[in-house]
Structures are given as C-alpha cells and as structure tokens.
Design a protein. Structure first.
Length: 453
C-alpha cells in the first residue's frame, strides 16, 4: 500500500470509528487517535519542534511513549529512542554525536539537551507526509565499541512491514501487543506493521506478560518469553507469534502448536528495520527465505543483504555514513549458508573463538544445549585459558529445580570433547535487560571476572 497522508490519517478516512489502539484498557478509534496525535503534535510544535529536528525519546514502552512517537513523527522530527537503563557515561559520549535539539524524558532523567514536555494543546499541527524523510535513529546493540545509530525513513519501515505481512497474516480484528520496546527495531517493526495493516495494536504498562497479552492475537517474542507463557495457567487469546533473538527450539514451537498458536521464525537486523528472512516454524534450523523486497547472497561464508528497508546510513555529527560496500551490499558479519533459497545462520563471525586450535562457533553449541528440556536460554562464551587460549563456558537460564550438575553429562555424547563447556553458570539477573537482549560482551566479561577472580 502507498500512503498519501500519515498512515493514521489514512485509516481515519477509511474507517474513523473502527477500534485502532488499546492503551492499557482504553480503546481509541482511528478518529480519536488522530485527535490525540494532532493535539500532542501541536504541543510539541508550540515548544519549538520543527521538521528535521533530532529528538531523544528516553522511555520504556507505555501508552504515552507510543502517542509521543507518532506525534513527533507528525512534526517531522528525527526520533532517537533510548533505553533508560543505558549508563549515563555512555550517553554522555554518544548523545553529542546525534545532533539533537530536544529530549523528551518519560522515564529516568537526562540533562544536557533542551527538555520537552508531553502535553496536548488545542488545535492540531502536522507537517506534510514525506515517506522519504529521515524518521528514526535506532541504536545498534554495540557489542563492540560505541553503539551506532541506524537512520530509517518511513518508507524503509513500511517496506519492512510489507515483507512480514506478505508471510504472516495480520489485519481486520487482529490485535498485536507492543511486546518489545520501541528503542529496539523489533518494537518499531510491530508499530509499522500495525500502521500498514490498519489492524489493532495494544500498549500496556509493564506487568506480567500473560496479563499484558489479554485480548491480543499477535505478539513478537523471544523464545524464553514464549516458554514462560506456555507454562502459565492463564488462558491465552494468542494465535500468532513472531519469534526471534535467539536459537528457537523445536520442542517450543511444537508445544505452541498444541495450544493452537502458530509460530514464525525470523532473522533480522537493526540496519534493515527488523525482519529480513522468515518462515512458519517447521522444525528445521534455517530462518526461511528472503521476504519480498529483500535479497540474500553468501560471499566467502558471510551473509550479504540488500533491501528497500535498509537504513539510509549511520548518523554521526549531522552526517550519514553509508552502510553498503563497494558492491552495493550490506555485509552482515554473520556466517551463513543458502540451500534452495533458505538461509541458515551459523553464527557471528565476531563470536568465533579457538580452543586448543579448534574453532568454536558458540551458536552451534547453543542450538544443541537449548534442546535440554529444563533450559530455556543459553549463551556460550570464551574463558581465557593459559593452556588452550580460550575454553567454552555455558551461561544458562533454566527451571528453578534444574540439576545444573547434570548438564555436562547430558551434552557428553552430543558435543565434541573440545566443544563441551568447561563450566556451567546460571544467567545473572542484572544482564538480562528485561529478557529482550543479552550482550555477549558483557556476559564474557562477567564470566571471566567470576571464574578468574
């Protein structure tokens, strides 16, 4: 679909009274949503926000966060969503490179950028709809060095949404929970699929996931979240889940199917506004085929990508730094294989390490270990070792009554001797970041600190 106006205004013209958005338990029609966005945009404009301005949005998911995001877009702003948990010393280095005029702080605090207030003003304000205007600046995970900010246009976000919706049904009375934060590109992907489909979206303040999901048909989850949901006694209205962020156990998707929940497995990147390849779960280790508008090739074992959803560049000091190489492709640093168009991700080239001269790809070990019925998530990281160079250590999230001492015996016949973890540790709560994304670098530093003393 090609919009000629802001997507929410388009749907308001199509069906003004149809439910569009649930904020906690308050339901807004498309007309009511437009009125709220108009009033908030008017408030931002009154405070000086102009087209092209950089605005930091420091917030977790909350009804106000989504409304603020849409109103800032309608002002023509370039939005930098930031996780309130990021350490201030990191922000003090990063933020000056982002060329920001304002900061809207809905959680926590940050000083050094002109503050905005969230209020509704009588009247309305909107810049004209320009899908190729720079709209968002999303921080990469920053596994090494300072995070980068990938900048996307509305066109790129809509291209990403279009690819996913070509595979995964969502429309009509369907309701997708904003289950991932808007400061992650996966959360933004949910928002843009809703805007493209003209379906329904639910945003609730943080509470147990099974309560947040009440009345929702769709969700984007990491495997750990789905495991926990399936082990609750709460009835679920859920019937479709897009999984990503970690290895996806076959047992998990089989159990979901028994509960009449269809699962899709996705592979995506911040630079491509979320999902690039996907498939409905079938028990096989690949991540599916390239979605419409995407291209995939393998060069010397590395995954290269092209897509209409690619970021315009990395932003630094008012400059867009190109993402693509001389051949016009984005080199992902992921190791992969293509078989009949289906992509299998072997692991990150950056994660490969050597133990006694043997190469260890952590993701290969993790796919084996996570099949253990009591393990919901695992990361294998290297421990510095004087004799072998590095040795593998498994950090697991598992059931409370699990016998971690029995895990080494379970993998003995499943992994080569050099691949078998030297130590098994329980995932520290402070590194989970809400169960969304775990930093391998932080885990490796923690493991070496704990075991080397």
């Amino acid at each position: 679909m090609s919009f000629t106006d802001w997507p929410w205004r388009h749907w308001c013209k199509e069906h003004a009274d149809k439910p569009a958005l649930r904020l906690n338990d308050d339901i807004l029609s498309w007309q009511q949503l437009c009125q709220r966005i108009d009033a908030l945009a008017s408030g931002f404009h009154h405070q000086g926000v102009r087209e092209g301005d950089g605005v930091m949005l420091l917030a977790q998911n909350h009804p106000d966060t989504l409304l603020a995001w849409l109103a800032l877009l309608q002002c023509g702003a370039r939005i930098l969503p930031v996780n309130p948990q990021l350490p201030r010393p990191l922000l003090d280095v990063l933020i000056p490179q982002m060329t920001l005029r304002f900061a809207l702080v809905l959680e926590g605090e940050y000083h050094g950028v002109t503050p905005l207030a969230l209020f509704e003003q009588t009247g309305s304000f909107a810049t004209h709809w320009e899908p190729d205007r720079l709209a968002s600046m999303t921080l990469t995970s920053g596994s090494t060095g300072l995070p980068k900010a990938a900048v996307h246009t509305c066109s790129a976000h809509l291209a990403s949404a279009n690819g996913v919706l070509a595979l995964m049904p969502y429309g009509g009375e369907d309701d997708w929970l904003l289950s991932l934060p808007l400061f992650h590109v996966s959360g933004q992907g949910i928002m843009w699929r809703w805007l493209l489909a003209g379906a329904r979206l639910t945003v609730r303040e943080k509470q147990p996931l099974e309560l947040m999901l009440q009345g929702c048909t769709h969700a984007s989850l990491v495997p750990t979240q789905l495991w926990r949901l399936l082990n609750t006694q709460t009835p679920l209205s859920l019937n479709a889940v897009l999984l990503g962020g970690a290895a996806i156990p076959v047992d998990l998707t089989v159990k979901a199917q028994e509960e009449e929940i269809r699962c899709w497995c996705g592979y995506g990147l911040t630079e491509f506004a979320s999902t690039v390849c996907a498939k409905e779960a079938d028990g096989k280790p690949d991540v599916g085929v390239a979605l419409p508008g995407r291209e995939v090739r393998i060069v010397d074992g590395e995954v290269w990508l092209k897509s209409a959803s690619i970021a315009s560049g990395y932003w630094r000091d008012e400059t867009l730094i190109p993402l693509t190489n001389e051949q016009g492709w984005f080199a992902t640093r992921d190791r992969g294989e293509l078989n009949e168009g289906r992509l299998t991700i072997i692991g990150r080239l950056d994660n490969l390490f050597f133990s006694g001269g043997e190469g260890i790809q952590p993701e290969e070990l993790e796919r084996v270990i996570v099949a253990h019925p009591q393990i919901s998530q695992v990361f294998v990281v290297p421990l510095d070792d004087a004799e072998f160079g590095q040795r593998p250590v498994a950090v697991v999230e598992c059931e409370e009554n699990a016998n971690i001492a029995g895990f080494p015996e379970w993998v003995r016949e499943k992994l080569a001797r050099f691949q078998q973890p030297l130590h098994w540790l329980i995932m520290p709560a402070e590194l989970k970041h809400g169960g969304i994304k775990v930093s391998r670098k932080a885990l490796q530093q923690w493991v070496n600190a704990v075991l080397k003393g």
